[in-house]
Design a protein around this ligand. Structure first.
Ligand SMILES: O=P(O)(O)OC[C@@]1(O)O[C@H](CO)[C@@H](O)[C@@H]1O
Length: 420
């Protein structure tokens, strides 16, 4: 096979095998994407002004950004020192001069959060360099969910102590997986803490709210794991991250996993998405808690970090606007070493399928067979996109809940075997 044919074969491997539908766009009147671009994004930028004590120059930058949405023109980024500037020049090129509604929705969201950092001079040398504009929300997201964190840390402690018979192990894993799914309902970009966002914390919900549940397949695999590698493509800090860390704790303490990798955002995005600093802050928060279960959880996690069994890896791909089938070869290669990847949240789910208008009955596996390792998506539905549903579900759900696609009340646990 020629080099060119091999190269195109490699690229082909990294794309869905099905014809790829059109991208979701904010121009679709009445859609959640349209509501997000025209209403939610300006509101998020206003909250950034309200929750920080930026100087007037930065507040003017943010006000100007708000004024551009949605009829302003997409333009190149202007923070010259940013490490991701060259990559963003390439991302922006196809959309330069377009308004914020006529380009793919996921691009607009990633671009918006990156423009927030341009406005706050996040990448510039000076007083606001590396200052996370969502820090206050993230910390409150931990402090206001302390009771739920206590309950979950107590559960994982007892689960670790009872890693005896297979059925007990499967049951414990299933409950931790479910808690990690429902932690995704706490979403500060949709429901800010100051507007009662913490009230959405719960670790358990009736099984009927899980629309696709591959837990039995995953539990059967994991219960037989011995000293393997598990990777989390992490989503939100706060209570959701506690769910990730409790699941990681269980996998590491039971030696199902020898090592757990946390793949984290390279800069603040989607208000609550986690970076390495948020993981370290969360573990320190736990070690300093008065509650013994929280303290013990924190010290176990710190021990895993110190002994190289829990690893934090940031990558600018996770903050890029690209579909997951466009991930760099180096990252694809790295993830191919995993025995199981846990993909968290709605935005990552959207990226696994390129945020396209797939029929909701399209099998998830047939779109995502490009993935570099076996993976499970833990996602509460917060956008008008779904896969793997039945025609019966599509008849019933709108009658049960008119907002079923976007209110985070429904979830999926979808497993995809590696297929390349
Ligand atoms: O990835 P997450 O935290 O589960 O959700 C991200 C999100 O809040 O942002 C997008 C809308 O702005 C949607 O994908 C979803 O509502």
């Amino acid at each position: 096979m020629s080099v060119v044919a091999m190269a195109s074969n490699e690229i082909q491997k990294l794309r869905p095998s099905l014809p790829i539908p059109t991208a979701i766009k904010g121009a679709e009147i009445g859609s959640f994407a349209h509501f997000t671009v025209t209403v939610r994004l300006p509101e998020i930028a206003q909250r950034v002004i309200a929750e920080n004590e930026f100087p007037s120059s930065i507040e003017q930058n943010l006000a100007a950004l708000i004024g551009e949405i949605p009829n302003g023109e997409i333009r190149d980024l202007q923070d010259a020192d940013a490490p991701d500037l060259a990559a963003w020049t390439g991302y922006i090129e196809p959309y330069k001069g377009s308004n914020w509604l006529d380009v793919p929705w996921y691009f607009v969201e990633a671009y918006f959060y990156r423009r927030i950092l341009e406005a706050t001079t996040y990448f510039q040398v000076g007083s606001w360099q590396n200052v996370d504009p969502y820090e206050k929300q993230k910390r409150l997201g931990l402090e206001t969910t302390i009771d739920a964190i206590g309950a979950l840390s107590g559960f994982v402690k007892s689960a670790i102590a009872s890693t005896t018979d297979i059925e007990t192990k499967k049951s414990a894993f299933r409950q931790l997986l479910s808690a990690d799914l429902w932690g995704n309902r706490v979403d500060l970009s949709l429901w800010p803490i100051m507007e009662g966002g913490s009230s959405r914390v719960e670790s358990t919900r009736e099984q009927s709210y899980i629309l696709v549940d591959d837990t039995p397949i995953i539990a059967e695999k994991v219960v037989n794991f011995q000293n393997l590698r598990v990777d989390f493509i992490v989503d939100n800090a706060g209570f959701e991250l506690i769910g990730d860390l409790c699941l990681a704790d269980y996998l590491l303490a039971s030696h199902a996993a020898e090592v757990v990798y946390l793949h984290l955002k390279a800069h603040p995005i989607f208000v609550s998405d986690a970076m390495s600093k948020d993981v370290l802050y969360t573990i320190a928060f736990l070690t300093q808690a008065t509650d013994l279960n929280l303290k013990e959880l924190g010290w176990r996690l710190k021990d895993y970090l110190d002994n190289g069994r829990l690893l934090c890896q940031e990558n600018f791909f996770w903050t890029s606007p690209l579909a997951f089938w466009e991930m760099p070869e180096s990252l694809d290669q790295e993830l191919s070493n995993s025995n199981l990847i846990i993909v968290k949240g709605d935005a990552n789910y959207r990226r696994t399928v390129g945020d396209r208008h797939w029929e909701y009955t399209t099998p998830y596996q047939s779109i995502t067979s490009y993935f570099p390792a076996p993976f499970v998506a833990l996602r509460t539905l917060k956008s008008e996109l779904a896969t793997g549903l039945s025609t019966e579900q599509l008849k019933q759900l709108p009658q049960q809940d008119t907002q079923w696609l976007t209110n985070g009340q429904w979830g999926v646990i979808q497993f995809v075997e590696r297929d390349r």
